[in-house]
Ligand binder design. Structure first.
Ligand code: AMP
Ligand code: ZN
Length: 136
């Protein structure tokens, strides 16, 4: 399924040009136009899924294979010291383009980026309450 109004559908399917790093019949990997670091890339499924909730399990599994392939290539070719995989779902979580995409952000010594969160300090009781809410 494609969404006529979705820019990532058009990029993923080659209707809008992009700096493509990799392509197969299901995915296109492109350079992000507003990169956090050198080589910041996005893995786009060619089908339209708004976010992780919509992404079929099988597509998710295939996408992680592409991520692994690209991670190895980035380390080898760019000489990055590490890599962040980031994937935002929902505007509150920072999603701005509502076509599923996985960020691949190569990391370098002194790159000045900080991808993280402020750690909380829950009590054991709070952790247990949350565990019971989520676990089966
Ligand atoms: P997110 O905030 O997770 O939805 O990420 C959207 C990302 O897409 C941002 O990092 C943007 O820089 C990037 N982006 C938006 N439009 C384009 C485009 N036309 N080509 C490449 N990257 C884009
Ligand atoms: Zn789309």
């Amino acid at each position: 399924m494609k969404d006529e109004k979705c820019i990532f559908c058009k990029i993923a399917n080659g209707e809008i040009p992009s700096k493509t790093l990799y392509e197969d019949d299901r995915f296109r990997v492109i350079l992000d136009l507003g990169p956090a670091t050198r080589g910041h890339a996005l893995i786009l499924p060619k089908e339209h899924y708004a976010d992780l909730y919509e992404l079929p399990e099988e597509t998710a599994a295939e996408l992680m294979k592409v991520a692994k392939k690209m991670a190895a290539r980035m380390r080898e070719r760019l000489g990055c010291a590490g890599l962040n995989l980031v994937q935002n779902n929902g505007d509150l979580a920072g999603q701005t383009v509502f076509h599923f995409h996985m960020h691949m952000i190569p990391r370098y010594q002194g790159d000045g980026q900080k991808i993280g969160w402020k750690p909380g300090g829950p009590t054991e009781e709070e952790l247990e309450e949350i565990r019971r809410e989520i676990a089966d």
